[in-house]
Design a protein around this ligand. Structure first.
Ligand SMILES: [Zn+2]
Length: 178
């Protein structure tokens, strides 16, 4: 359920687990909507850590802190409408700590840019530069256990200018890292 027919990031994670026999894959979802489909697919899968920051309460209605997964492998970070850059980045530290503890071999990013302040669908107040910072922090944290194995998949973003600029800064951080 949501806006997509196929859950690209879930297909990617399953492929890593089945074809390449990875045992620990983390998915970080910073799209403004809760990644309910991804959560459902991996709710009882101890090989996948799913971390989602999202506006809450909001569509699709899921994503409370109480939804933790069978193996404590789901980490929901619900934030209220109006969340600004500072509040978001503070909350994101918790996501990074969770990542550090899990020590994934591979990270997939559900990169949604609808948490931008200009986005018409939701009410987060992130700015273009925040996506550079978020990406940098994920990559810095991943250094010790992922060795560059990070793949980002584009998710939401409904203000075309904000989407373009934010995606560029996200990709800038990815390129710099390599
Ligand atoms: Zn979204």
């Amino acid at each position: 359920m949501g806006f997509c027919i196929y859950n690209n990031v879930a297909i990617g994670a399953k492929y890593l687990l089945n074809k390449y026999k990875y045992k620990k894959v983390a998915i970080i979802d910073f799209d403004v909507h809760h990644g309910n489909g991804t959560q459902d697919i991996f709710y009882e899968n101890e090989n996948v850590l799913f971390i989602s920051t999202h506006q809450y309460p909001y569509y699709p209605g899921t994503g409370s802190e109480q939804e933790k997964g069978k193996f404590n492998n789901i980490c929901n970070i619900p934030l209220p409408a109006g969340t600004n850059s500072e509040e978001y980045l503070n909350a994101f530290e918790f996501a990074l700590k969770k990542l550090e503890k899990f020590k994934p071999e591979f990270i997939l990013i559900s990169a949604g840019f609808d948490s931008h302040s200009k986005d018409p669908l939701a009410q987060f107040k992130l700015e273009t530069e925040d996506f550079y910072i978020i990406t940098k922090r994920i990559l810095e944290t991943s250094k010790n256990f992922c060795h560059g194995k990070v793949v980002s998949i584009l998710e939401g973003g409904y203000d075309l200018q904000a989407l373009r600029d934010s995606t560029k800064r996200h990709v800038d951080a990815l390129i710099e890292f390599n």
